[in-house]
Design a protein around this ligand. Sequence first.
Ligand code: FAD
Ligand code: SF4
Ligand code: SF4
Length: 482
Amino acid sequence: MPQKLLQFVVREKAMPRKRQAAERRRDFAEIYGEFETEAAAEQAARCSQCGIPYCQVHCPLSNNIPDWLKLTAEGRVEEAYEVAAATNNFPEICGRICPQDRLCEGNCVIEKGFQSVSIGSVEKFITETAFAAGWVTPPKPRRERAQSVGIVGAGPAGLAAAEQLRRSGYQVTVYDRYDRIGGLLVYGIPNFKLEKQVVARRHALLAEGGIAFVTNFALGRDASLPELRARHDAVLIATGVYKARDIACPGIGLKNVVPALDYLIAANRKGLGDAVPEFDSGALDAAGRDVVVIGGGDTAMDCVRTAVRQGARSVRCLYRRDRENMPGSQREVRHAEEEGVEFVWLAAPEALLGKRKVSRIRAHRMHLAMPDSSGRQVPEPIAESQFDLETDLVIKALGFDPEDVPALFGEPALKVTRWGTIAIDHRTMMTSLPGVFAAGDIVRGASLVVWAIRDGRDAAAQIERYLEAQAAAAIVRAEAAE
Ligand code: FAD
Ligand code: SF4
Ligand code: SF4
């Protein structure tokens, strides 16, 4: 039934059904269900249709949130989907895994006196309804164009760009070194946040729309960047950042001290039914172990919650700042706590102890001192505050940096920033090499899926401009030659 808007005063915020922690601990399925149609309309109707919608301002895709909320409240879900899909290639993914508390929902104005509108869950409802009804279709160009684009990296940045370019009629090939499409959506982010079939469903649609996918292809190993440039009229690099940051402390080389992504990839592959010898050998399996995860970002949250599901005896998260100053989503911390994870705030490792294998972490307490030039308070160790934690699996989740991409891709002329990310002209998204563009984490550093989608869309628009200019120049040259 169509709902009147501005219901936030009388109607409380509700989320779709969340499974109980005891049940969640036993499997890797997503923790939230979906809204029923009536509940979605009721929640969408809480929106006050702000003149200046701060939710939209703080959505990296500038989604027309008030419009699709209004349409949902009125029961016009197909139109709501069209509005949502106009600015976002994968709204069902963002609805699930955007840190909404820091983006759209955290800036919803009714959040000040009431709880925000459940924007992410409504976005997921709209898109899942669209999939069920068959409204989501493969990219279909109005006319084919002969020019081709090679996209390296099948994460959200590469896939968003591929879809946009294919819609415009270009011949698009996406290359990836993995055997599956999706990048961190498949091999980083665990199932309980984003089920793999959600990504596979998009892959199938993109392939049906005529995008060619070449898997098990690593740029730098199977072809150099100059070779790829020779194959395509334009190239987009969207390879993400994968070099794990490390800590310098004694004992870091002990057995059973593992990088977060190795651990998560093994868990994700296992869930997908792959043979994973390093998991089966126990090296990357938390079952029955006392796990300590070092770090406070989204990756650390995914590790602790994966360890719980694998049947760890205990799971602790050691982070050098406090809860308010952690980079990870507060919502994820709440989920982790509900599932039995213990957080050891304001603590940092001093040494890892053990003979061959790690058996203890010696940590010290920290306090937050004056802010540095970035505005963040600097954590400093408190003298004589050491304490030990028993552990037999330590997972390092300290963030990621880019690899040495010019060397890796066999193209020393590719310019990088001082952080090692690929340098681009931010107006054209072109790198130092003509016709080579870059997008996503490899440009921004480790960031978010929604920003990768935004970058992929922006890069596609710039590639289209570049290719149109190239085509026009070719016509002029041909006419001059006649
Ligand atoms: P990626 O997703 O990393 O994709 C890059 C692709 O390039 C990969 O498929 C890779 O195989 C391929 N590639 C790399 N090198 C080569 C090469 N040489 N040749 C061919 N292919 C190559 N963000 C959120 O918004 N919400 C979350 O909840 C969230 N959770 C996260 C959890 C974890 C554990 C991690 C690590 C990240 C998380 N993020 C989250 C961040 C998010 O996943 C990334 O910001 C996003 O995936 C970046 O997209 P991308 O397309 O730039 O790169
Ligand atoms: Fe919110 Fe992300 Fe959706 Fe934007 S894309 S409306 S930030 S959930
Ligand atoms: Fe609606 Fe909140 Fe956005 Fe305002 S800020 S338009 S109330 S969702």
